[in-house]
Design a binder for this molecule. Sequence first.
Ligand SMILES: *Cc1c(COP(=O)(O)O)cnc(C)c1O
Length: 537
Amino acid sequence: MVRDLFLNKKKASADYETLRRVFTAPEGRSSTLSHIEKEISKNIQRFLSQHIVSGDADPEELERNFKNTSIPEEPIFVSEQADFLLSKVVSQSVHTSSPSFIGHMTSALPYFMLSLGKIMTGLNQNLVKIETSKAFTPLERQVIAMLHHLIYHFSADYYQKTAQDRYNSLGVFCSGGTVANITSLWVARNRLLGPDGDFRGVSNDGVYRALRHYNLEGLAVLVSKLGHYSLSKSCDILGVGKRHLVAVDTDHEGRVNVDSLEKEIHLLREAKIGIVGVVGIAGTTETGHVDPLADMAKVCRRQGCYFHIDASWGGPTLFSEKHKSLLNGIDQADSVSIDAHKQLYVPMGAGLALFRDHQNLSLIEQHAQYVIRSGSRDLGKRSLEGSRPGMAMMVHSALHVLGRKGYELLIDHGIGLAKTLAGMILESDDFELTTEPTLNILTYRYIPPGFKDALSDAGEEQLRNLNQRLNQITVAIQKTQRANGKTFVSRTQLELPQYGDQRIDVFRTVLANPLTDESILKMVLDEQRQIAAELHD
Ligand SMILES: *Cc1c(COP(=O)(O)O)cnc(C)c1O
């Protein structure tokens, strides 16, 4: 009986016949793993009681559970594996859906994603080619076009012509913001160092010959110092070099200074450095700031530079009538990254790189004889990744079930909460707001009684010492809070204009969970006060 295997009466693969059954669908839906699913549902209930971690094992204890590195010779029952998973893994995981887990960009998911995840696994479509994905390919192209429209809002007629046309690509689906950024800068590099006479382009002839051909001494990518580290990876992979990711000066709010940007471009060109691209950020990972995108676009146009916008976090702000103007100028970018597993509220990993010019992705086109033949409809011909899951189904579903208005509510709620929290901090006399909220990300720190006056009166040397002490306090509070497991904020280090070049440790909150409310924010601050008081004792 096929069912027996799933009712845990048989071992998985003791012989070939039984092994075959492991790959056969169970009749009905019950399986020995279903109690893990129940446990996850129970966890979702528990989120409402605001605990962010289940289990209290410390890191050393956890590592001990995973020390055995041999692959088992004999098969075991699925139920035995389920017991292991439940006791050692599921029960010791993080409740990223908790409304008091407000420290990272990984947040709650709409409930139907769990079922969609099962459907996706069940179908196991591979988007690399149409022969393994069929309807999923035009579905993905549709989703790409929907998000392209959100950014570039070309005419309905344009999308009618391009969205499903195998010779055009409005964008590419990938595993997240990192791959979206790499893909975009890959296109930018190939555009800068394209074929010319005998030279067959950087893709074919490599960076060394490209530099020689174009009489260049090197390459560079420009971004503010708040650029995501995936840009540094991109520079590494693409032959630009991490040291040639140039950090452009920013204003007191961490936004690119466009005059400095233009000056930097001149300096680089004088030094015979080829500019692969300029990157603007719509929602920096650490502070949620948005660069002056329209002004950056003007500089790029004037200087003939490729302009990429990393909107991995902030892109969906465009759904909000109230806040979309923060991203003015985004439609001028040559390419835009959006992370779907962040503010489009789908599971990891889903991201998109979108291109204003539907020809641009042909700069990275790759063919093989058994798949993705030239002229084919296969999406794999213009994608960094090979085999890819049908995540577009998740995004398609979320876009329909939530709708533009649903996303608008989510965005407005998050930005509203950040403003509320900023207000609470400004009103208190024991917290300091370290960055003003632009989007739904905010940083701040705790200042013990007495420190505030000392900070405002301090000379340079004294200020340094005070901040050093405050840095220690911030780190200690954040670690204790994390260990307590009731509420969670993350921490980062920032340079703040009022404190010169000294790095300041700050708490970082990301307010993207619709279940987070003002009472939880109050709880977070109260707990931090309490921890501080205990540290003091
Ligand atoms: C999260 C993020 C990324 C990286 O995205 P992954 O999905 O983690 O690969 C890149 N840029 C920004 C601004 C981000 O917030």
